[in-house]
Write a protein that binds this ligand. Sequence first.
Ligand code: AMP
Ligand code: ZN
Ligand code: FE
Ligand code: FE
Length: 274
Amino acid sequence: MRIDLHTHSTVSDGTQAPADVMRAAAQARLDVVALTDHDSVDGWDEARDTAAGLGLAFVPGIEVSCRHQGISIHLLSYWHDPASDEVAAMLGKTRHARVDRAREIVARVSRDFPLTWDDVVAAGPDAVTLGRPHIADAMVARGHFATRDDAFASVLAGNSRYYVPHYAPEVNDAIRTMALAGGVTVFAHPGADARGRVVPTSVIEEMAGAGLVGLEVDHRDHSAPQRERLSGIAERLGLVRTGASDYHGAGKPNRLGENTTPVEAYRRLEGARP
Ligand code: AMP
Ligand code: ZN
Ligand code: FE
Ligand code: FE
């Protein structure tokens, strides 16, 4: 069984439509795949329909933008009720804030580089959730950078003078909100320190207390020592150790199935559904 529980489509910052992500997953010989777009579930229906036709088991998921004491945290949730008013309100607030924030980043960048808001909209025509990757793509289209990665290494970096943060819910509130809606939560790439600050172990303990179910230990942004440390924490706190690709199509080098979740771990996630 090959199980990949973290992928993105054009609903957020992936480069393939949800149906195409499912086709790519079948081609990568996955048996189980989750679609986990940032802050939106709009890809679920299309992905579910396509996966069914391919004999692929589809897991409905999301990657919720969260914060804790100023540090950005990504929280994966699986199987929650997409119609929950509390979940919809939380995500709607974040998506709205992301648009205001993207406009502000574009305003700052456009003082130094020719770039308009229309360029960004054109870079993510299907995006329900806008992010820095769309601004990166717009700058690539304008010829300012060769790749998304180059844009992120420069003007879009978290420590750049063009950077603007956006509202995101407190992570322990988000864990409880998702759990009340039937979701099973996993802390995404908890040790990915190359892209920004990460939280100390004490915060993972708090999250476990709030109902967190798993830790995404096996992810390309984690070194071997980080995986060792995180798997020790997972074991001690009774959290499920997961692994996934964080596939973004052509937007990132991450390939489907490059990290996977063992079937026993997957069964534990299923068993944690409230
Ligand atoms: P945002 O949520 O708008 O702050 O943008 C962060 C998103 O950008 C994350 O989902 C990452 O997957 C993506 N990202 C971060 N760094 C890079 C990079 N170097 N190249 C491509 N995508 C990136
Ligand atoms: Zn992303
Ligand atoms: Fe993430
Ligand atoms: Fe992701």
